[in-house]
Design a protein around this ligand. Structure first.
Ligand code: PLP
Length: 325
């Protein structure tokens, strides 16, 4: 069966480029490393949420919504790109961020405000309640709010990454290339679910490997497998048995979400100083740090080709300044 993709709006510059990292590959002395530049999608700097929001915003508009509501961490890239998508379509935007308002607005939180979003702060366990309350208040004043879950990771958002895998297959076929692995940061699971499903649907033969940023591998794997199956149904594909295609490495969680340590610092500086490419402190710094470590441990052979899928997040860098230098 061929997949049937729902309508989407246009928010991202696509296709994003793929490029070889020749200096870095030589420096690390392992496999040939390439990068997929989803940090260059555009949408108030760029990142993986742009592809998800193309489908989420289309669904919101189809339902007659006039306001987007979502939740995330204080430096959420998803929140910032949701605020930008709302602005682009003349929708209101409310963001429920977990934690306490920082003394100085910086990074994504600064951009959220410049993009015109209303920001609410919540204690970690109250965020869903706060979101429900905000939705209720918006309805009470006659608005039509549309809720987007954490990271945009439902079947609608994940569909963006099914198409991203098709895009990659078109690029690799045109260039007569093939990748043995694609490696990327995985957290709420929508990116990985879409890539796994896209790999099944469009015949990517390599291993799709998510580096977990925060969750233990077993729980993230269960979540990604369920979302992959549900997304298959959403786009009219037969329910596939995908559990053995969901590969997750949780060795690099360190002190937990957004705790920047030596892994992230080394990865960010190496990529910046050898290739002139910026990684982010929370996701891609950790995932690329993991990839460097796997290379050092000999997880790949020299002839292999590895695609690092850069998912964005660089707008958060200033917020982590003192941990990075
Ligand atoms: C959200 C995010 C991810 C993780 O994507 P999920 O679909 O939530 O797993 C990775 N990198 C960056 C920069 C992100 O903002």
């Amino acid at each position: 069966m061929d997949p049937k993709f729902p309508d989407k709006v246009s928010l991202a510059f696509l296709p994003t480029p793929i490029e070889p990292l020749e200096r870095l590959s030589r420096h690390l002395g392992g496999p040939e490393i390439w990068v997929k530049r989803d940090d260059q999608t555009g949408l108030a700097t760029g990142g993986n949420k742009a592809r998800k929001l193309e489908f989420l915003v289309a669904d919101a508009l189809a339902q007659g919504a006039d306001h987007l509501v979502t939740t995330g961490a204080p430096q959420s890239n998803h929140a910032r790109q949701t605020a930008a998508a709302a602005a682009r379509f003349g929708l209101g935007c409310s963001l429920i961020l977990r934690g306490q308002e920082p003394a100085t607005p910086t990074g994504n939180f600064l951009l959220d405000q410049l993009l015109g979003a209303h920001v609410y702060w919540c204690a970690p366990r109250d965020c869903n309640d706060t979101a429900s309350r905000v939705m209720g208040e918006l309805r009470a004043i006659g608005r039509r709010p549309y809720f987007i879950p954490l990271g945009g990771s439902n079947v609608i958002g994940a569909t963006g990454y099914v198409l991203a895998m098709r895009e990659l297959m078109e690029q690799t076929e045109a260039a007569h290339l093939n990748f043995d692995f694609t490696v990327f940061a995985s957290s709420s699971g929508g990116t990985q679910a879409g890539l796994v499903l896209g790999a099944c649907a469009f015949g990517f033969r390599g291993t799709v490997l998510g580096i977990s940023v925060d969750h233990p591998a077993d729980s993230l794997k269960t979540q990604v497998a369920a979302l992959t199956t549900a997304t298959a149904t959403h786009i009219g594909l037969d329910a596939l048995s995908v559990a053995d295609m969901v590969n997750i490495n949780d060795d690099y969680i360190g002190d937990g979400y957004a705790h920047v340590g030596e892994t992230e610092r080394e990865a960010i500086k190496l990529m910046a100083q050898v290739e002139g490419i910026l990684l982010d402190p929370v996701y891609t710094g950790r995932a690329f740090g993991g990839l460097i470590d796997l290379i050092r441990w000999g997880a790949f052979t020299r002839g292999q080709r590895v695609l690092f899928w850069h998912t964005g997040g660089t707008a958060a860098l200033p917020a982590f300044a003192e941990r990075l230098l």
